[in-house]
Design a protein around this ligand. Structure first.
Ligand code: AMP
Length: 174
């Protein structure tokens, strides 16, 4: 494990049975509150994708934090991928499966220039449904997904299986 991964692990709080029984919630609030570690995380992501992407897309809500900071660090723009009903028209929408029921994500239909290379950012990759829906949205809006980057991958949930052929990277994998 890299030094950064150790640092991230040490600033991650695990909260059992939140927001519902059986879920072990990964809380990155301590990491975000620790300026040197937050900066090291953003610098790492920005360095790895330098020259490979044109814009960063973050998934509501926690993907906004790392995504926007990374975009700023790279000198790039930031696009919001939001829960349904938050963005003004015109938007594209994609429905996806949750453990119970479905959810919908939206992106502005004007978010990307044709062929713009997009880095998709979120905090946690779990079952991969959120990331897969985001990739579909980005591509429907004319972007090209270069990679999906997350702070933590829960590999036992096999999120990568929902993202065949995609470049997926996590700072920490459990
Ligand atoms: P999934 O679509 O199953 O990959 O879930 C990923 C989305 O749900 C991300 O936007 C995460 O913020 C959130 N998420 C899923 N599982 C967890 C967890 N154990 N702790 C914190 N956030 C999670």
């Amino acid at each position: 494990m890299t030094g950064l991964a150790d640092l991230v692990r040490s600033r991650m709080r695990e909260v059992p049975d939140f927001p519902k029984p059986g879920v072990q919630f990964k809380d990155f609030s301590p990491l975000l509150a620790d300026a040197p570690v937050f900066a090291a995380l953003v610098d790492d992501v920005a360095t790895r994708y330098s020259g490979r992407v044109d814009v960063v897309a973050g998934i509501e809500a926690r993907g906004f934090i790392l995504g926007a900071a990374t975009a700023y660090r790279m000198g790039l723009g930031f696009v919001q991928v939001r829960k349904v009903g938050k963005l003004p028209p015109e938007t594209y929408a994609v429905d996806y499966e949750l453990e119970y029921g479905t959810a919908t994500l939206e992106v502005s239909s004007h978010a990307f220039g044709p062929g713009q290379r997009v880095l998709v950012v979120d905090d946690v990759l779990a079952t991969g449904g959120t990331a897969a829906a985001t990739c579909e949205l980005v591509e429907r809006a004319g972007g090209v997904v270069t990679a999906i980057e997350c702070i933590l991958e829960l590999s036992f949930l096999h999120g990568r299986d929902r993202l065949p052929g995609r470049e997926v990277s996590a700072v920490v994998t459990v």
